[in-house]
Design a protein around this ligand. Structure first.
Ligand code: GLC
Ligand code: CA
Length: 543
């Protein structure tokens, strides 16, 4: 594709924010939309280009807003629709885009549709959800929230029947066999797109349709519905995206791209735990392996890659043995574990070691895809495993060393969650203001890395090939795009490496370190040696 025809989402860096946790403008202890607006300059300066905001809709907050009670409003704690419109406009003025969560699979049990559904068998809403006289149907569907749920069915006294739910029992699944439900969701899409947002991160898409005798995931009927949503989007809007949250193996996620006519983007879940495995083992093979299992995708689609997000570091897409290993290495204390995952943030997972944190990010950026940064990870925020559920990785953003980390002027006990104030993770040290002043801070190094990634579209658009697989202590990736080539060499170990790479195809080409913008000698006709100190990496442009 010629450069100017490349859709924006192909080469962009995303930034994931929970409004509640970002900045509190009215000092009630809860972050809000005006608060986020006041921080847009920070986000712009960080260099990211698209913000994904987590659910902002009215909700009883049993699942932090992923349990929606009204698709057409803003939770009063967060502000008003007018504030939201202002946010979109202010972001756009700065050249930032915004995508929002589209929670298709389920609503809150407090949603009007569900309340009508359970109380009135004759209303059209009865058929909006999946009801059954028994709790025995669809027995092959796994339970996702293993720690809290023991069935995908819950009994409703009022209806005298069971309803289907893939997540918490307070989140009844919508019935996508019902065309009216599909119409409702198109109306929801219209509403938010007409307010100017740039697309949706579509939540939990594999589970829309249930069929007996299947695991009720990734069914052809589900894909047909999603393709219909995409066609609707394309027919009515321009330049908007759909990003799929499908925590599945790459060959299954591949289906969500269709022939370029389903999702624009899909998260690459299984590469994520393997980045952590590779770093801890000092061995690139888990990454070679999973990328080997990653199929090609249509050329107008893109992977979305991440290290951490608001959920547990999921270990669904690894073997039982690998899961046990990950738990013992990264979640030695039982409280660090939840469901099939680990509820910790990036910095504590990587021993608060700046070299490892930068290496993990550089590794992510060296791979194909468009990366997402989870708010706070750019400054190395810590977590709080004593908070309920996944809340320990959703604590207030740390802006400065003042009370409440500059997040809010409310009395500390009024904050929706305490700020992180323990040992080396304390907000008194780890905060935006401190790090801005220090040229060697994680924040400043992240900013530089983001800038270099973004200004070299080869990272997002180029093909890739692994080199030097016989030296698995290092991950070595050759990226190619049109006439340009780039070598990414990452030392995964705590010892210095003399990496030997065959660059004879490029012999006598000039190598330039694009991070320091310094000459790095020439590619040799035989083997080129690249010296890497512990946990160091180089991005070398060739020629
Ligand atoms: C997605 C969200 C998660 C939520 C679940 C149910 O997996 O990322 O936070 O709990 O969907 O909506
Ligand atoms: Ca507030």
């Amino acid at each position: 594709m010629p450069q100017k025809e490349i859709p924006w989402y192909m080469n962009t860096i995303f930034y994931q924010i929970q409004i509640k946790a970002y900045c509190d403008s009215n000092n009630d202890g809860i972050g809000d939309i005006p608060g986020l607006i006041s921080k847009l300059d920070y986000i712009k300066d960080l260099g990211v280009e698209c913000i994904w905001i987590m659910p902002i809709y009215p909700s009883p907050m049993e699942d932090d807003g992923y349990d929606i009670a009204d698709y057409y409003g803003v939770h009063p704690d967060y502000g008003t629709l007018a504030d939201f419109k202002e946010l979109v406009d202010q972001a756009h003025q700065r050249g930032l885009r915004i995508i929002a969560d589209l929670v298709l699979n389920h609503t809150s049990d407090q949603h009007y549709w569900f309340q009508r559904s359970r109380t009135d068998p004759n209303s059209k809403y009865r058929n909006y959800y999946v009801w059954s006289d028994t709790d025995e149907k669809y027995a092959d569907a796994r339970i996702i929230f293993l720690d809290t749920e023991d069935s995908n069915w819950a009994f409703d006294e009022e209806a005298g029947m069971y309803y289907w739910h893939r997540f918490y029992s307070s989140q009844p699944d919508l019935n996508y066999d019902n065309p009216e439900v599909r119409m409702e969701m198109k109306k929801v899409m219209d509403f938010w797109l007409d307010l100017g947002i740039d697309g949706f991160r579509a939540d939990a898409v594999p589970y829309l349709i249930e069929r007996e005798g299947t695991n009720c995931e990734n069914l052809p009927e589900t894909h047909a519905i999603l393709k219909d949503f995409r066609a609707y989007l394309d027919a009515n809007y321009e330049d908007k995206i759909l990003l799929a949250e499908a925590n599945q193996w790459p060959e299954d996620v591949r289906q969500y791209f269709g022939e370029g006519d389903e999702f624009h983007m899909g998260f690459h879940f299984p590469v994520m735990p393997r980045i952590f495995m590779a770093l801890r083992k000092g061995d690139a093979s888990p990454i070679h392996w999973i990328m080997g299992k990653t199929p090609e995708i249509p050329n107008n689609t893109q992977w979305c890659t991440f290290l951490r997000n608001h959920d547990e570091l999921t270990l669904e897409m690894v073997t039982e043995e690998e899961r046990q290993w990950m738990w013992s290495e990264y979640a030695p204390e039982p409280r660090m574990r939840i469901n099939l995952g680990i509820r910790r943030r990036l910095a504590p997972l990587l021993d608060n070691d700046q070299r490892k944190i930068l290496l993990a990010n550089a590794l992510l950026y060296s791979l194909p895809g468009a990366p997402i940064i989870y708010y706070g990870d750019e400054i190395g925020m810590g977590d709080n495993i004593w908070l309920f559920d996944r809340n320990g990785v959703r604590t207030p953003m740390q802006w400065d060393a003042s009370i409440n980390a500059g997040f809010s002027d409310a009395p500390p006990e009024k904050l929706f969650a305490p700020v992180i104030d323990s040992q080396e993770h304390s907000y008194k040290e780890v905060n935006v203001k401190n790090e801005k002043q220090d040229p060697d801070s994680l924040l400043n190094k992240m900013k530089h890395l983001i800038k270099v990634r973004k200004t070299n579209p080869i990272f997002a658009l180029g093909e890739y090939e692994f080199l030097a697989k016989d030296q698995p202590e290092c991950l070595v990736i050759l990226r190619k795009y049109q006439d340009s080539c780039l070598l990414c060499a990452l030392n995964l170990t705590q010892t210095a490496q003399n990496l030997a790479v065959d660059l004879s195809n490029f012999k006598e080409s000039k190598l330039t370190d694009i991070i320091s913008d310094q000459d790095f000698g020439e590619a040799q006709s035989g083997i080129t040696i690249i010296e890497l100190s512990p946990y160091d990496f180089k991005w070398l442009s060739i020629g």
